[in-house]
Design a protein around this ligand. Sequence first.
Ligand code: FAD
Length: 425
Amino acid sequence: MPNHADIVIVGAGAAGLAAGIFAAETNSELRIRLLDGAKSIGAKILVSGGGRCNVTNQKVTASDFHGHRKSIDRILRRFDEQATIRWFDSLGVPLRPENTGKLFPISNTARSVLQALLQRCAVLGVSLLPHHRVLDITKDHDMFVLHHSQGTLTANQVILATGGQSLPKTGSDGSGWRLTTRLGHTLTPIAPALVPLLLDPSFFHANLSGISHDVMLTTRVNHKMIDRRCGSLLWTHFGISGPVVLDASRFWVLAEKHGHNVQLHLNCFPESTPKDIEQWFMQAAGAPGRKTVESLLAERLPTRVATHIAQFGQTELAHSTANFLSKENRRALIHMLTDLPLPVIGSRGWNFAEVTAGGIPLTEINPNTMASKTVPGLYLIGEMLDCDGRIGGFNFQWAWSTGYLAGQHAARKQRKEKSPIPQHQ
Ligand SMILES: Cc1cc2nc3c(=O)[nH]c(=O)nc-3n(C[C@H](O)[C@H](O)[C@H](O)COP(=O)(O)OP(=O)(O)OC[C@H]3O[C@@H](n4cnc5c(N)ncnc54)[C@H](O)[C@@H]3O)c2cc1C
């Protein structure tokens, strides 16, 4: 039956490719097909990590993700970062850690990652079908019927790996969720995450474009703090980016989507309390030599940042002599430096988001197998699920871990084996 497969995987991104490889390694006799709507496979892998692909992180725990933490923990334990390192080594792509904890291929190219995955699929006989967009999936007794852009295909089991909606031009346009909800699953509200934020054009950010420095960002929703994190912020012509902004963005975007009052506050001195800053300011201002507020702040901040924040409240403040500042003005300045409300007006949207917040709830799948609790024979993996990781290789780790579990389990089920899936050695 040429139009029948034992396992069909929909979506040949990181999660789908991993699932295909692990299914075929578990049972080499299975007919496994990987369908993808895109003309060429792996576009998102190629652009990832600035073209270098941050494959995983030295330390991955459930707390690096947002979603149902108990399920995430269970899933990650079955195929953790060490398993990923060993697996990529076995694929001929040794990984190397950077001092941030991120692991990249020694080759420094995302292409080497994609090529290794595609080569492994070819060796194992996993049939890759690009330009096959799946339009609908129905169930006829125990058989799945997949209606795709080139015809139909039947399958005993289906692994859905259609991704979220980030960077839709790569093929992940959210259509996979429709397939899943038509089969009976639900979907939590979704939003772009790991996404740069836009600031009101009247703010001073454009003057600082290209400058990055360490800050603390606090997100308050309905006046309650829901997130606080430190890291590098990059000022841009449109607003703010950089790791700390990308990680914080999901909170702002989701709160705004729900119509909440959300505010993002900037602290330029993440290591010190306002009291420490005031003490330092008074000491430094009182030292010999007449320093302006601007030149004094420039000792600890990039000069342009110091100038614009000092000028933000009062135009003349930056050029005032620091030692002559009234207590009131000094406190107002320090407040601005440590708790400046940023006028966020939106995010750069799906075309600039690295990942999707929200998706199919993890409570609807079995975390030991990635099998749907609603539809027997269906598995859900990767970014389409309600789980998003922070910057640092965590989202790919999620793709490899979920792909491993679904691929192995679907192949074992096909063999009708009852033995449990071992932890990857
Ligand atoms: C610019 C950028 C850089 C990134 N860098 C990193 C990084 O360095 N490290 C990291 O950990 N994460 C990174 N990420 C996130 C990471 O790439 C994703 O989380 C991960 O690729 C998700 O894998 P996935 O297989 O679940 O989904 P995807 O990679 O999105 O794959 C889904 C596939 O399904 C196909 N598809 C969708 N709908 C259908 C349909 N109806 N029929 C058939 N096929 C369909 C799509 O064409 C696509 O190929 C980055 C993301 C972006 C956008």
